[in-house]
Design a protein around this ligand. Structure first.
Ligand SMILES: [Zn+2]
Length: 195
């Protein structure tokens, strides 16, 4: 069968096409109100056939967008696009085990990606809180957490920077190391908030 139907859709329908088709208004800056969170200022942008929300972190291609809007499986979203855009891909009822396996694998990858994105966003926030502890510390009367924050400040800043602007590989390295990252954070945040 050779041809991945997800790939075929991606080549023909961009996330932007799908957004327009299903009623998401795109402003003159190419931004849209994100349908996946309570968006008040357009946070969603489109690039290279994909969408991304800079507020809630939702991202993906046309199939992801449609699945997010209508629910169901990736396969159903694919079929919906195939129908609504008249792509004429031979999909209905003829799902081979290989296609099903590929679709499931894709879904797993996406879920992993989603988990990573959530972790990334949370961790950036926490690291920034830690850095704030260091920056606002009262030098005349340091708590153990403030001392810890000051001692680790450079490392905390480097990690926050990597998670915001680093390459995917650098970010993945921190994700793999996430227990150690969490340990640093908890040594600073846990009790300093009670102070
Ligand atoms: Zn959003």
């Amino acid at each position: 069968m050779g041809c991945d139907p997800f790939e075929a859709v991606r080549e023909q329908v961009t996330a932007q096409d799908a957004a327009r088709h299903y009623g998401i208004a795109i402003d003159r800056h190419g931004k849209a109100l994100c349908p996946f969170h309570n968006d008040h200022r357009p946070s969603m942008t489109f690039k290279g056939g994909r969408f991304r929300c800079w507020s809630c972190g939702a991202s993906g291609d046309a199939v992801d967008l449609v699945r997010g809007l209508f629910g169901g499986t990736y396969w159903e979203a694919l079929q919906r696009i195939n129908m609504d855009f008249g792509l004429g891909l031979a999909l209905s009822g003829e799902i081979t085990p290989q296609q099903r396996a590929e679709a499931q694998e894709r879904q797993r990858t996406r879920e992993l990606h989603k988990r990573f994105e959530k972790w990334r966003e949370n961790t950036i926030n926490q690291l920034n809180s830690c850095i704030r502890v260091a920056n606002t510390a009262d030098w005349a009367n340091l708590t153990p957490q403030e001392e810890e924050a000051i001692r680790q400040r450079e490392r905390l800043e480097a990690m926050a920077d990597t998670l915001s602007h680093g390459t995917p590989a650098e970010q993945m390295q921190l994700f793999i190391d996430r227990k150690r990252v969490a340990l640093s954070i908890s040594s600073i945040l846990k009790t300093s908030q009670v102070k």
